[in-house]
Design a protein around this ligand. Sequence first.
Ligand code: SF4
Ligand code: SF4
Ligand code: SF4
Length: 334
Amino acid sequence: MNTNRRDFLKVALAGAATALTTNTAQARPPKDLPPDAVGILYDATLCIGCKACEVGCKNANAMPTITDPALEQAKDVHAIWDASSDLDSRNLNKIKAFAQGTAAVKDREQDGYSFIKRACMHCVDPDCISACPVSALTKDPLTGIVGYNPDACIGCRYCQLACPFNIPKFEFDKPFPKIVKCEMCRHLQAQGEIPACCAACPTGASLFGRVSDLLQEGQRRLNLPPGTYQDYPLHRLDSGQQRSAEVRGYHPHLYGETETGGTQYLLLAGVPFENLGLPALGPESSAQLSETIQHTLYQGLAAPTLLLGGLVYTVYRRTEAERHADDVEERRHD
Ligand code: SF4
Ligand code: SF4
Ligand code: SF4
């Protein structure tokens, strides 16, 4: 049969394309929020930047509260409070401040400032879980909490690369390093308690509850008239404890309601979230997209088709080259 390179490639690529197009209907569906999933609503307009949540978090999770002893010795002091400016392997949550212009007024976009609390978002469809090759990160089917198993972790740090919020941190300074991230104080929740940051917060800015209820609470706050005084729950949504505060006005978006397929940590603020270092993300997680591509490739055998095509083409090309070399050799001897 008289075939040439172009014909061969056409056949191989057509086979792969057919496999791909016949399987696009098998897109991986988005993951659903478990009905009793729990979460945290952080309201930046209520936050006073006291960092009691950071202290509560460190105590509850046995994180170091002082900096490197060598540094302390060098500075001839007994201890320095660990006050990093961002999340790291010693800090599971972090209160950050963002200012614009003169920073004269809190929760105002122009010439204002705002606090923001950063911690794991406990995504509904977490990219970190999708990226982890050994299932060291898992999502609890009831609470939706994204937990970490240090015994399973191989330290590849794929979760760090995959997380759209730049949350997981790595203990570079340890001989046997682990990944570090908020697990929503699941050890406290197992004893009937609430996350330490919500228990410590004096203003209700960090509020624990069922995600479905927190979503409603978030929408309720977005509709509150600025300048009025309203009751805000403290610590947990159904605690019965509350305080009255002036509504400062909200940027009209509940962050986490849709981002990357939804998150169980929800945020409200008076200024746009892009100004607070949070990424603008669509409603589809990267996990959904990448797993759809993987399933499409492997279920449709398109990847094996391409691989086989590549191998056959390589053999064909070598054979053709050898045949050509033989012809040249023969002509030389004639
Ligand atoms: S915020 Fe990052 S680390 Fe946390 S669940 Fe989502 S992808 Fe995972
Ligand atoms: S839920 Fe627990 S671990 Fe997470 S930020 Fe709050 S206190 Fe820290
Ligand atoms: S404890 Fe509450 S008010 Fe204080 S910094 Fe943390 S979230 Fe803000």
